[in-house]
Ligand binder design. Structure first.
Ligand code: AQP
Length: 327
């Protein structure tokens, strides 16, 4: 089985973009790949986060992932900071990456735009992400479209490391879903739905109450031409709804577009389909939340399992780059 690795930041409540762009595919991959999934708490430190809040969000994210179908019997689920090799390998890779490469990262440009002071971690976190991926010899990285450039960086870093220090790191490839790869904000359909950008009415949470799903979808921004047609460029709002309905019902956006003539009907059908898709996740989440000790135990087992692979890869990389191997 080929190895897959992906991660998610505990930077807020998980939303539909996280679920459709990533987590749903992670759950499907568990049975056909050797899957490693990681809650990347170190990445969340690049944002303004309160310590107590970060701790509780990390735990809540674990609960959410389990509720969304990740099963520690079939995958390795762990918290990034529990496996110290992430930071160790990241430093080795930072010493091979260039300022030019990191300055080109569009997420860095977006997140630093207009700020007087920008943290070093915000600039270098794409290298930590390279370490996350490369530590596990991952061949595939299932992510949403926004992460394409970061996975490309991991490829370049691995290729260059292998060229300079000998064959050490597995070169990964991004795996991006055909539909749902970029779920857009319902109020600002020109930008992606995101945890860290506040847009309460534009963001549909994975654990959203059914009435809220209906309310938010009803208020979603569309356009004035009144035609139900899939055209993300000209009709971003309507196309976003068509994508959501398509993933929730298993069709394509063009196919589902043919069944509706009015925006109101499209919105009702989309809201109903999303309520049904998310219902089992909410129900499982309630059951899991009743036994927090079990979740901590699963995370400890996951970290121990992850460490086996991570320490072997780090050892290989440290030796290749010329660090003295301890006796
Ligand atoms: N809108 C989206 N559509 C499809 N996939 C998405 N992902 C994120 N947003 C969308 C995918 O979810 C996984 C986890 O990414 P993340 O933790 O970076 O999620 P986020 O919601 O983007 O969180 P933040 O804190 O708001 O992060 P940034 O600052 O990156 O925007 C990834 O596979 C991602 O592709």
């Amino acid at each position: 089985m080929s190895r897959v690795l992906s991660g998610i930041q505990p930077s807020g409540d998980l939303h539909l973009g996280n679920y459709l762009g990533a987590i749903r595919n992670w759950a499907a991959d568990q049975d056909i790949h050797d899957a490693f999934y990681c809650i990347v708490d170190l990445h969340a430190l690049t944002l303004d986060i309160d310590p107590a809040e970060l701790r509780s969000r990390t735990f809540e994210t674990a609960l959410d992932l389990l509720a969304a179908g990740l099963d520690p019997q079939r995958c390795t689920l762990f918290v990034q900071s529990h496996v110290t090799e992430h930071v160790q390998l990241s430093w080795l890779l930072e010493c091979t990456a260039t300022m030019g490469e990191l300055s080109r990262m569009t997420q860095f440009k977006d997140k630093s735009a207009g700020k007087d002071s920008v943290r070093v971690g915000l600039f270098t976190y794409p290298v930590l992400q390279c370490a996350d991926i490369l530590l596990y010899d991952a061949e595939r990285v299932p992510v949403g479209d926004d992460q394409r450039q970061h996975v490309e960086l991991a490829r370049e870093v691995a290729i260059r490391f292998n060229y300079r220090f000998g064959d050490t790191l597995v070169v990964p490839e991004a795996s991006i879903p055909k539909v749902g790869a970029r779920v857009m904000d319902l109020q600002h359909p020109e930008r992606k739905m995101s945890k860290s950008i506040s847009s309460p009415l534009g963001t549909l949470l994975m654990l959203e109450e059914p009435e809220e799903i209906v309310r938010k979808v009803k208020k979603a921004v569309t356009d004035t031409d009144g035609e139900v047609r899939y055209d993300p460029e000209a009709k971003p709002g309507v196309s976003n709804l068509l994508e959501l309905l398509a993933v929730a019902t298993g069709g394509t956006p063009d196919q589902v577009a043919g069944s509706y003539e009015r925006y109101g009907d499209l919105k009702s059908a989309t809201a109903d389909a999303l309520v049904e898709m998310l219902r089992p996740i909410r129900e499982r989440r309630d059951v899991l939340a009743a036994d927090p000790g079990a979740v901590f135990r699963l995370l400890a087992l996951g970290a121990a399992k992850a460490r086996e692979t991570a320490s072997a890869t780090y050892g290989r990389a440290a030796e290749a780059i010329g660090l003295l191997t301890p006796e």
